[in-house]
Design a protein around this ligand. Structure first.
Ligand code: ADP
Length: 216
């Protein structure tokens, strides 16, 4: 599903990624682990097409990312990739359903069909009774599950998550661990997760360990 070859990235003089090669199969739940400053977030951003490498190539779902023009890339990203961050980044003035369907509306999808899909996902995430709640009316774990629903609304082939359990207590962390695997089983999505959460890393199909810009 994802193939990256020779990924290098520099910020000024600082060489953050020194030639990363990796392959991730469809339906794999992969954790990227390693010390702070190892380049994990930078790699996730590049794999997620939010940032560009200085050199190297990336193929996602048979599309060579470096061949896409800006507009094509934005469209490819919206249709194929979901993102979950440490802090949910939900819009405070919108309720759960409205937040979830935003990427679908941006993709030009029909609003009522998107709402039906959002309700299906919310039901799977055991949030059916929170549809009309705004972020301030949801607990931390609920907000993060709404953010996951938003990441799934366009049926992406891969979801990139950066410290998705980082702001949660241990009970909610464990719920989220189970959720990633049940989502993979239900929707066949690939998950690539940067995490310091060792329990999540150990549960993953594979841990990719990084140090000083290199995959160990
Ligand atoms: P990790 O996620 O493993 O903690 P990061 O990928 O966030 O590592 O960062 C790797 C290194 O790159 C760090 O030294 C960080 O300060 C630096 N860095 C990350 N993003 C930028 C940026 N936009 N500009 C300059 N330096 C950056």
């Amino acid at each position: 599903m994802i193939s990256a070859t020779g990924i290098k990235k520099q910020f000024g003089e600082l060489e953050v990624l020194k030639g990363v090669d990796l392959n991730i199969a469809q339906g794999e739940v992969v954790s990227i682990v390693g010390p702070s400053g190892a380049g994990k977030t930078t790699l996730l951003q590049i794999l997620g097409t939010l940032d560009k490498p200085n050199s190297g190539s990336i193929t996602i779902n048979n599309t060579e990312i470096q061949n896409l023009k800006e507009k094509e890339l934005a469209r490819f990203r919206n249709e194929n990739i979901g993102f979950v961050f440490q802090f949910h980044q939900l819009l405070p003035e919108f309720n759960a359903i409205e937040n979830i369907i935003l990427p679908a509306l941006i993709a030009g999808k029909n609003k009522s069909k998107s709402e039906i899909r959002a309700k299906e996902i919310l039901s799977f995430l055991k949030l059916k009774d929170r549809e009309h709640h705004k972020p301030a009316e949801l607990s931390g774990g609920e907000k993060q599950r709404v953010a996951i629903a938003r990441a799934l609304i366009n049926d992406p082939v891969v979801v990139f998550a950066d410290e998705p359990t980082g702001s949660l207590d241990s009970k909610n962390q464990e719920e989220l661990h189970k959720l990633f695997f049940s989502l993979r089983d239900e929707f066949k999505q690939t998950f690539v997760i940067v995490t310091h959460d060792l329990h999540l890393a150990h549960l993953s199909d594979r841990e990719i360990r990084m140090k000083d810009g290199i995959v160990m």
